[in-house]
Design a protein around this ligand. Sequence first.
Ligand code: HEM
Length: 453
Amino acid sequence: MSTVTRPDGPSVPRIVQGGLALAAPLWTLRRLHRRYGSAFTLDLPFVGKAVLISDPAEVKQLFMTSPEIADNLDFNLGRVLGPNSFFALSGEAHKRQRKLLSPPFHGRRLREYEAIVEQEAVREMATWPEGREFATQDSMMRITLNAILRAVFGADGEELARLRELLPAMVKLGSRLAALPFPRARLGRWDPWARAHAYRLEYEAIVDRLIAAARSVSSGPGLGERGDVLALMLQSRYDDGTPMSRDEIADQLLTLLSAGHETTATTLAWAVERLRRHPAVLRRLAAEADGGGSELREATILEVQRVRPVIDKTARQVRAPGLQLGRWTLPPGQVVLVSIYLIHNNEALFPDPRRFDPDRFAGSRPDTYQWIPFGGGVRRCIGAAFAHMEMNVVLRTLLRDFTLEPTSQRGERWHSRGIAFCPAQGGRAVVHRRVPAVAGVPVAVRSADGQDR
Ligand code: HEM
């Protein structure tokens, strides 16, 4: 291939760049953007030279490039989530799984999951204190965890109760280990990889019980009558007629939960954080919810994801002997990072980009190569529609059952939780329960100045 041309980048040692990326990721990104423009080359521990891009044409080209040319960057996720996880698969194997697992996340199936999400939201919100500030992040985490365990794992009873405890601990440990290289030596009693293994064994035993229960004719509804993703996995067949193996099912269930639970909950916590600081939008949303509408709420979700993308970048690795990506000629193995954060802050694409303005999406669909909180191309988030449905139902329930008090406090800072960026104080809210509506009569809505209207 022709001579490699990468964008310029900082020349400080790898360890310093890694430290800055960990300690002040967005500050560093903004500074590098000011200095080098839309693309620059970083040198990062465990990754090496990585080209970061944010030019819309280059991002679109990368997302549209076939997986034979540039595919996923599997760091440790395969080891943490299992070798059959979407994050560990590439090429044909990945395509096969996408084809099989896409249907449960679209159309009619999604509407069936709405009731589960609403039940979980109502149940969790019943515990919210009135008139006292509290962080919503953990509450949102419980809603999205329970929703996934029921809609995706099809879990209930004892299994649901145990998974509720086990999975958050397992995923938390996993996301920490995913950022580290696998140790050559065992570390004795405190070896976190040994703990991860013990969690995994217990998890697999529960998945076996869930599979056995789903197949059993004597317990609950028959497999064909169930709509959860596990039941659909058990009934699905690859093009050659073979079913998914038990290991594939276990790895993919864990992947769906790990990828879908914290990301969705964190975006909801940001929605609370943004809306409290935009009382006019909040008032319009409450009025819209009372009237049964959803257009502004849908646009609000898009705008929250634009201004506060909880995943700030996604990655690909060059698999072909070389890749001409826009202005750059990249060698095989080159890691390319797409900055979701920078493209969402591009003035030319989103005028006055730091302004929170849901109306910019009112009545229109965003361009999926410029509005990219779910990544793009063949690896675009498989749960995007599911997440949107969940956020829509949770916000609808919140607006219907509560008034959210606006605040004039400064916006919460971004805080990295390892995988997702969350509001530093957990998306704090002050809520008041609304008077239940009597058929046909709209309930009183307290406005920003505290007056009922
Ligand atoms: C607001 C919520 C969510 C956000 C912001 C989000 C974001 C992302 C991003 C950025 C990617 C990488 C895409 C790429 O590399 O181009 C991804 C992949 C993925 N997400 Fe999501 N996600 C969310 C919710 C969910 C949910 C609810 C599920 C499942 C129930 C899910 C399952 C997955 C899976 C399995 C992948 C890997 C896809 C593949 O490699 O083919 N995500 N997500």
